[in-house]
Design a protein around this ligand. Structure first.
Ligand code: S3P
Length: 448
């Protein structure tokens, strides 16, 4: 099924060398947060480099429904006139977060401690995803939620009029859950504490401090203890969004796999909570140079020079690395299929509750392309066929999942026969310029 109506099949063909510069869009996680924190701050927050993907546009629309004024001034150049912590108005209609788990879960957090009732929904993919992981900790504040069976959307959330501060140890490694609790803690008197055993992306913590909240992170034996003082006055900021390492992964991996390639990918975030794929690729023998490391917009960034790497070897990915590359397993599975030997990915059951069941989607598609796979609930093992060794020649189902679509299209650039996807339209959620950017580098992608 397509994200927004008509499915858009697309086919990737074996391509000549990829060359040139890939300017990938702004980071999706930081883009959502810049709009949300901007809406909760007083004054005008200016955002440059905002990702104009559908997920982020849906969050922009939601922030307007809560009373903020969100304005587009030019490509990636936006402003948010915020209403301050506790200043949200009750939206007059249902909040539709489209395909975005980050959007819906973070926005639930923002309204959970205000006296208002909000109904959330999303597309067919989002309506399958579990919301209990967010509504259970929010219930500790006094928030009530009424959803479909299994805590699914559509769901009506009744914010707590007199919220209690919360201390919560995350049972799953999830930045969305962590962020939802911190956002709820903003409009709650007293200290809200979140404990995470495994580090997950820390953009909310960094940005909350940047917007003037009092937030401390203490490393203890039990994990990171994050303490937020409630009811701060957030001050409007200028946010320069770095380029998304999860989006950069697609041209980077394509260049590693397509013979003769040599590309430049500037200004990519190298935040340590996001760079697990890049560490893994280097361990497999990828030729990536990290040039000119620097700080931009409060995040470490580098320029990447990536060359075809025909001798990559399969490896065992340490399970504790999973949170720092959770969105990159689909494209890693493609690289693994084109490496020699087997790549073992354990501790990845979170992939089953992403935009699709990504273990299943990758396993079925890779098998259809002639690659041998082993899987269980928490594991994906790919038996590599070496550079240029994947037969291809299949149509892969994308299940309304942008990263599944882009992963199989990258595979088609380097396999013997073309690889098609049944629907490329979900790519617009996170990487609306994917097709143009890849084609400009030299990739052969055709409609249908
Ligand atoms: C995100 C957190 C991750 C990630 C998602 C973006 C975020 O989800 O998969 O694409 O911006 O906080 P989980 O929190 O479910 O791991």
């Amino acid at each position: 099924m397509s994200a927004h109506g008509t499915a858009q099949p697309m086919t990737a063909h074996k391509s000549g060398p990829l060359k040139g510069t890939a300017l990938v869009p702004g980071d999706k996680s930081i883009s959502h947060r810049s709009l949300i924190f901007g809406a909760m701050a007083l004054g005008e927050t200016r955002v440059t480099g905002l990702l104009e993907g559908q997920d982020v546009l849906d969050t922009a629309k939601a922030m307007q429904a809560f009373g903020a004024t969100v304005t587009r001034h030019g490509q990636g150049d936006w402003s948010v006139q915020g209403v301050g912590v506790g200043g949200f108005q009750e939206p007059a209609d249902v909040i539709d977060c489209g395909n975005s788990g980050t959007g819906v879960r973070l926005i639930m957090g923002t309204m959970a401690t205000s006296a208002m009732t909000v109904t959330f929904t999303g597309d067919a993919s989002l309506r399958k995803r579990p919301m209990g992981r967010v509504t259970e900790p929010l219930a500790l504040f006094g928030t009530q939620a009424y959803g479909r069976k299994g805590g699914r959307l559509p769901m009506t959330v009744v914010g707590a009029a007199r919220p209690n501060p919360v201390r919560y140890a995350l049972p799953v490694a999830s930045a969305q859950v962590k962020s939802a609790i911190l956002l709820a803690g903003l409009n709650c008197p007293g200290e809200t504490v979140v404990i995470e055993r495994e580090p997950t992306r820390d953009h909310s913590e960094r940005m909350l401090i940047g917007f003037g909240a009092k937030l401390e992170v203490e490393r203890r034996a039990e994990g990171s203890v994050i303490t937020l003082q409630g009811q701060p006055q957030l001050r409007a900021q200028s946010v320069a969004v770095p380029r998304d390492p999860s989006s950069a992964a697609f041209p980077v991996c394509a260049a590693l796999l397509v013979e003769g390639s040599d590309i430049f990918v500037p200004g990519v975030s190298q935040n340590l909570t996001r760079n697990g794929l890049y560490i893994t690729l280097m361990e497999m023998g990828a030729e990536i140079e990290f040039q000119n490391p620097r700080e931009e917009g409060g995040e470490p960034v580098a320029d990447l020079r990536v060359r075809f790497s025909g001798n990559m070897q399969g490896i065992e990915v340490p399970p504790e690395r999973a949170p720092s590359m959770i969105d990159e397993y689909p494209i890693l599975a493609v690289v693994a299929a084109c490496a020699s030997g087997k790549t073992v990915m354990r501790g990845v059951k979170e992939l089953r509750v992403k935009e699709s069941d990504r273990i299943d989607a990758m396993a079925r598609g890779l098998e259809a392309c002639g690659v041998q796979i082993e899987e269980d609930e928490d594991t994906l093992i790919v038996h590599g066929m070496g550079a240029g060794g994947v037969p291809g020649g299949a149509i892969c189902a994308t299940h309304i999942d942008h990263r599944i679509a882009m992963s199989f299209l990258v595979l088609g650039l380097a396999s013997k026969q073309p690889v098609s996807v049944d629907d490329a339209s979900p790519i617009a959620t996170s990487f609306p310029i994917f097709t143009g950017l890849m084609t400009q580098l030299g990739a052969t992608l055709t409609q249908a």
